[in-house]
Design a protein around this ligand. Structure first.
Ligand code: EPU
Length: 420
């Protein structure tokens, strides 16, 4: 297993180019199963998750080639069975369910199970499929979904923590080939849902309202092949912005869309970070002393849960008390005990973490537990004095393209080493 060895205390300076969005790429890759014609997806980040999704498409029968950020795929003839070994490795693989059900009228997919950040049920995905007339059975840990016909209907996808991103994607994809009109109420509004809707539209789907809480999908008989560019990864952009601020550096972030980052930029501003827009890029720098900020994660356009851990690392450096409340996933605080090993003072109280910031961080060996927790530990390691070893960085490689190389270009002293 590999680790990052970080010698902290050096400000990040320079330019970084953001890769395509992982969470937009995964459902868009799945959507290519909706047609028997060739599709070309560009700007796909080279990550273990996207390589894995390409493998899933192959296992379902598609011919795929994934090279230099471009996925060429053709799902001429496919089968509808996704094995436990495939689905358990990446929860995002559940988004093949909608396309398989739409195209084959049946899908047999292993239930993904929980993961370290929370229970992660798929009841809302199944509710959506059922409202389109699918029959759902759970047998031996697998979801069997089948339908003679999918018939458009109105479905409400609001849950305990708001809507569901991949559930919205799944129902939108199933509705694209259903008879009649599907209305998704309380749909997820994330930019990744809009990117998927744009790709489906390029394939010939009829979709209105994506990006808002009501999405209307008018089913068509057939979808055709299409080409698409994936949007920039807003979570990667936020991660680099926070790393720049945490190291007291100045970084120009290229290929990012500030309109997708409003909540994060607003909180960074509140925390004393200066952000300027220059020629379509963002220039991030710690303007003055860091201030405390209270952060609550919410569905888009609120503060993203996928940036909560990184923001916590930053706020450990702001003198005073910041309260971070996690409203999307119930156990997404695995990074807290590791940040404490670096000298941070954080207490968990129910869904909130109370960060008593301002103590200097000092390097230590730490263990990454999930993708975004890993990014938080890297940021803390870059800001800490001394050497930090972040173990189990395979989590990080799931969602950040060449993060160590990008950080080195910004002046960070970070090496990928074999875990001792
Ligand atoms: N939920 C339900 N029932 C469902 C589905 C979800 O109760 O059927 C609950 C979840 O337990 C959670 C909330 O709804 O409390 C939101 O979950 P959502 O379904 O929106 O999550 P997801 O679609 O499975 C995507 C991203 C996650 C990101 C979340 C929230 C992908 C591949 N994954 O997951 O990304 O955290 O949306 O924004 O798009 C990451 O990249 O690190 C990551 C975990």
């Amino acid at each position: 297993m590999e680790s990052f060895l970080i010698k902290g205390g050096r400000p990040l300076r320079g330019e970084v180019t953001i890769s395509g969005s992982k969470n937009a790429a995964l459902p868009i890759m799945a959507a290519t199963l909706l047609t028997d014609e060739p599709c070309v997806i560009r700007g796909v980040p080279n990550l273990s998750d996207t390589r894995f999704m390409a493998q899933i498409l192959k296992s379902l029968g598609a011919e795929t080639e994934f090279k230099k950020g471009t996925l060429e795929t053709r799902a001429k003839k496919i089968q509808g069975y996704a094995d436990y070994d495939l689905v358990r490795k990446m929860r995002g693989s559940i988004c093949v369910a909608g396309p398989l059900l739409a195209r084959l009228r049946k899908a047999r997919i292993s239930l993904p199970g929980g993961c370290v950040i929370g229970a992660r049920p798929i009841n809302l995905h199944l509710k959506g499929f059922e409202s389109l007339g699918a029959h759902i059975e759970i047998v031996g840990g697998y979801v069997h979904a089948s339908a003679k016909r999918l018939i458009g209907a109105t479905t409400f996808l609001g849950g305990r923590a708001g809507s569901t991103v991949l559930g919205t994607a799944n129902v939108m994809m199933a509705g694209a080939l259903a008879d009649g009109v599907t209305v998704i109420e309380s749909a997820a509004c994330e930019p990744e849902v809009v990117d998927l809707a744009n790709f489906l539209t390029a394939m010939g789907a009829k979709i209105a309202g994506a990006g808002g809480p009501t999405i209307t999908v008018t089913g068509v008989k057939k979808l055709h092949g299409a080409e698409h560019w994936i949007i920039p990864d807003r979570i990667e952009a936020a991660t680099f912005a926070i790393a720049a601020a945490a190291t007291d550096g100045e970084v120009t972030i290229k290929n990012c869309r500030s309109e997708h980052l409003r909540a994060v930029l607003d909180k960074l501003n509140e925390a004393g970070v200066s952000i300027q827009s220059r020629e379509g890029n963002l220039v991030v720098r710690r303007g003055k002393k860091l201030s405390t900020a209270d952060v609550t994660t919410l569905p888009y356009s609120g503060f993203p849960t996928d940036v909560q851990a990184q923001m916590m690392s930053l706020l450990t450096l702001a003198p005073g008390i910041s309260i971070i409340t996690e409203r999307i996933f119930e156990s997404r605080f695995m990074h807290v005990s590791e940040l404490t090993r670096l000298g941070a003072d954080i207490e968990i109280e129910g869904p909130s973490a109370i960060v008593k910031g301002g103590r200097p961080l000092s390097g230590a060996p730490v263990m990454a537990s999930d993708l975004r927790a890993s990014a938080a530990l890297v940021i803390a390691g870059l800001a800490a004095k001394g050497e930090t070893q972040v173990n189990r960085i395979y989590h990080l490689d799931r969602g950040y393209e060449r993060m160590d190389l990008k950080l080195r270009k910004l002046g960070a002293r970070i090496q990928r080493v074999e875990e001792k």
